[in-house]
Design a protein around this ligand. Structure first.
Ligand code: CMP
Length: 139
């Protein structure tokens, strides 16, 4: 079925001016960017978005990284969008990512890993609603 997922192009990518490369890989995989905006996350926004990781040792660093520069938040639409996007993102750690994936080709490290994508349809809906009003999504 055609579904949606939520994506973040992270500060390591905006800093290197490669958001277009990421979008070309997204669109090349057949996913449609149906909403997109570039913004500077506040610390509270980043902490809230990653609340599920708040007990992890890397949480503070992760939040600091995510507010270190602008991000691009996106809604992607396509056939089974959640697994389709995860397949082209590649493994969290770029060292373990398959050739041709966004993280293998572009990511700097396990933290500065260029993109975030939702891990389930349920979380996709929550994450989309965290950043987008329904009127901001045009399919
Ligand atoms: P993401 O898919 O956005 O979900 C949580 C993020 O935490 C992950 O991508 C990485 O950016 C970061 N992360 C995960 N594991 C580690 C780690 N071991 N050290 C630092 N950052 C990590």
């Amino acid at each position: 079925a055609v579904t949606r997922t939520f994506s973040i192009i992270k500060p390591d990518a905006t800093r290197r001016n490669i958001t277009g490369k990421v979008n070309a890989m997204i669109e090349g995989a057949g996913l449609r960017i149906v909403a997109q905006k570039r913004l500077q996350l506040t610390q509270a926004q980043a902490e809230g978005f990653y609340a599920v990781h708040s007990e992890r040792g890397f949480f503070g660093e992760l939040v600091a990284f995510m507010i270190s520069g602008p991000v691009v938040v996106q809604v992607l639409e396509g056939e089974d969008a959640v697994p389709a996007y995860r397949a082209i993102m590649g493994a969290t750690n770029p060292a373990n990512a398959d050739a041709g994936t966004i993280r293998k080709e572009l990511a700097e490290s396990i933290e500065a890993n260029t993109v975030h994508g939702s891990d389930s349809d349920e979380n996709a809906a929550i994450e989309i609603a965290y950043f987008f009003a329904p009127t901001e999504i045009a399919a």
